[in-house]
Design a protein around this ligand. Structure first.
Ligand code: RB5
Length: 142
């Protein structure tokens, strides 16, 4: 599995932490930046991950900004992208089961590293249920 990761400056530290967590799981990581603390515009990094997913260069994306909100909004403007903010453990499970999210999002300034690591585990270890949920997912891009 290959996972594309990106963040703005506010998500940089969390993005780098997530990259290490994924590498420890022997997952291939495609780091699309940012890679320093200079202020950058989060929509550009949402676009990089969305484009990598849509071009099949990665199986899943991870995005981080300060709250996770702005970068989610932008990612979800790409048809075919289902970006979900994992704001609780329950949500980490449900966005795989029901929404089959292909981008998971975290808040670098609003979440703790241990909760982010736990939610990544939950998401990766949960299966999409398909069936009626696939029909609803198909409707998202109509
Ligand atoms: C950057 O200061 C901040 O606005 C951004 O990271 C994010 O939280 C926007 O939604």
């Amino acid at each position: 599995m290959k996972i594309a990761i990106a963040s703005d400056h506010a998500g940089l530290e969390m993005k780098d932490f997530i990259g290490e967590v994924l590498k420890q799981k022997k997952i291939d990581v495609l780091d699309l930046g940012t890679n320093d603390t200079a202020s950058v515009d989060y929509p550009l990094f949402a676009d990089k991950v969305a484009e990598a997913i849509l071009a099949h260069q990665a199986d899943l994306g991870v995005l981080v900004c300060g709250t996770g909100i702005g970068i989610s909004i932008r990612a979800n403007r790409h048809k075919g992208i289902r970006a979900a903010l994992l704001y609780s453990d329950e949500v980490a499970e449900m966005v795989k089961r029901h929404n089959n999210a292909n981008v998971i999002v975290f808040g670098g300034r609003t979440m703790a590293k241990d909760e982010v690591a736990k939610r990544i585990d939950i998401f990766l270890n949960t299966e999409f249920e398909g069936g009626r949920h696939q029909k609803r997912i198909d409707m998202l891009d109509m």
